[in-house]
Design a protein around this ligand. Structure first.
Ligand SMILES: Cc1cc2nc3c(=O)[nH]c(=O)nc-3n(C[C@H](O)[C@H](O)[C@H](O)COP(=O)(O)OP(=O)(O)OC[C@H]3O[C@@H](n4cnc5c(N)ncnc54)[C@H](O)[C@@H]3O)c2cc1C
Length: 452
């Protein structure tokens, strides 16, 4: 039982792949044991009977379940209400973004002034999950390639093993036939194997004692929910239940899955993926600005994508926006032709591989990257008073909901603890080297760093 804390300090690591070192865990416990706080056992009982507060999370996509798991592990009794979960029963609705991510941990297509805290906090947790052997977390050598000079975005400071593309390495970086000089960078990129990653999160949450209720919550029901604090992770549906004056934006993204394919690897035998942005004369967004195509080999399939079609939903829920004119129909979906043809060119010229043409081996889907049309706060991560309750909003992640999921969840905790006591200080858990226990310790550590 997790409150049996008498053997604190006597554990041994099972292998040297532990994401959290013994010292890190000991420091955490020592720091918390010598700060004048009551003993761990006393703090547990305080936590259990006095301090533990109930929180309701609305949403069962990646934001909802990550937030629910984080809060459950850091001191709250949580219930997650979700109309749909990422499983075979979910209707293929492009608004349910968590059905569609390529799931690379890169903050593409998101607008937030908090990126410098959200992204590194998320990365720290993904790194820990990978090192702990969570088998739905993989690492690629990922290339961001441009056919024109490109300024290095600030988030690249946090990437692992970042290397700028040099003039003398064009043969080894993804390129199309007759490509001009190339620019960009490559790095070790975490990628979540989808939907396996989501299923593991649902399991971790249930194992941590969380409750999932598959139920739609109407806006008139919010005031009746049995918790004073509600976390809104309802994504593109948020406007149906909560107020938001910001304009909404739905960026369509097409995905093409090529089945039964082996991973593509670099000369160093690392699994290789890329985003490749050619000159706009070769491929562009419908408004003519530069656009990338991308490629991820995940498990036994290849995932291709790269359409970013900006639009809105009208009152009838129909998407309106500019589309690409040059398309190929795959299972009745008009996919921009260059997603297939440019990727085929790059794969052939860099790795000597081709995309299969048999329709049985290919299928396509399309989802919306949902955000608010606000360059500073496209991502809404803030507290508000509505329906007589404290509502903490966590939605509008655009194309980066997976990449920022852990950082956003920890920031939700910050928004809660501004209002209440710092509950998790009262809730020690003994490190036992299970994934869940170590996730809890790591979340505590990253949260404390965020507070500094
Ligand atoms: C083509 C494409 C590629 C992408 N690639 C990446 C990528 O590589 N990396 C990355 O980080 N991100 C990527 N994204 C973005 C990512 O998919 C989203 O940011 C993320 O899935 C958003 O998750 P969410 O949980 O916030 O919202 P959603 O997944 O939309 O979940 C909303 C949840 O709320 C529930 N809900 C809504 N209303 C109610 C209600 N009234 N009552 C109960 N439940 C309700 C829904 O049922 C659902 O469970 C991509 C998106 C697309 C479309």
């Amino acid at each position: 039982m997790w409150i049996s804390i008498t053997c604190r300090g006597t554990w041994e690591p099972q292998n040297n792949e532990q994401a959290i070192s013994n010292d890190e865990i000991k420091n955490f416990y020592i720091r918390n044991s010598f700060t004048g706080m009551p003993s761990v056992l006393v703090r547990y009982w305080i936590f259990k009977f006095i301090m533990k507060k109930e929180i309701i999370i609305i949403g069962g996509g990646v934001s909802g379940i990550t937030t629910a798991l984080t809060l459950q592990l850091l001191g709250y009794e949580t219930i997650c209400y979700a109309e749909y979960l990422v499983n075979e029963n979910a209707p293929l609705d492009p608004r349910f973004a968590s059905l569609y991510p390529a799931a690379s941990i890169i903050p593409h297509s998101v607008q937030t002034k908090e990126l410098d805290t959200l992204f590194p906090a998320s990365l720290a947790i993904f790194k820990m999950l990978h090192r702990q052997g969570m088998n739905s977390m993989i690492v690629h050598r990922h290339y961001e390639v441009f056919e024109f000079p490109k300024d290095r975005p600030a988030y690249t400071n946090y990437l692992h093993n970042y290397t700028g593309i040099k003039k003398d390495e064009p043969a080894t970086i993804p390129h199309r036939l007759n490509a001009p000089e190339l620019y960009g960078w490559h790095f070790d990129c975490f990628v979540a194997r989808w939907p396996a990653y989501m299923h593991q999160l649902y399991d971790l949450y249930k194992n941590a004692g969380g409750t999932i209720r598959q139920q739609k919550i109407g806006h008139h029901k919010i005031s009746e929910l049995p918790a004073a604090i509600i976390i809104n992770c309802s994504g593109a549906w948020s406007n149906n239940i909560f107020k938001d004056n910001a304009a909404q934006e739905f960026i369509r993204g097409h995905l093409v899955y090529i089945l039964d394919k082996k991973p593509v690897v670099t000369t160093k035998n690392e699994i290789c993926s890329y985003n490749y942005t050619p000159a706009p004369s070769v491929y562009a967004k419908p408004d003519g600005s530069p656009s990338d195509v991308y490629f991820y080999p995940v498990g036994d399939k290849w995932i291709l994508g790269g359409s970013r079609q900006a639009g809105v939903l009208d009152n009838a829920g129909q998407w309106k926006g500019k589309v690409h004119n040059d398309t190929i129909a795959i299972n009745n979906l008009d996919v921009p032709r260059q997603i297939l043809e440019l990727n085929d060119d790059i794969l052939k010229n860099t790795f000597g591989k081709t995309i299969a043409s048999q329709s049985s081996a290919i299928y396509a889907s399309m989802g919306y990257r949902f955000s608010r049309n606000d360059s500073k706060n496209g991502l809404r991560l803030e507290a508000a008073e509505e329906h007589g309750k404290k509502i903490i909003h966590n939605y509008g992640h655009g194309g980066a909901g997976v990449a920022l999921s852990w950082g956003c969840a920890l920031n939700v905790l910050k928004l809660i603890t501004n209002e209440t006591d710092n509950v998790f200080q009262a809730m020690p858990r003994q490190p036992s080297f299970t994934l869940l226990d170590n996730l809890q310790v790591k979340l505590q550590k990253v949260y404390l760093e965020l507070l500094q």
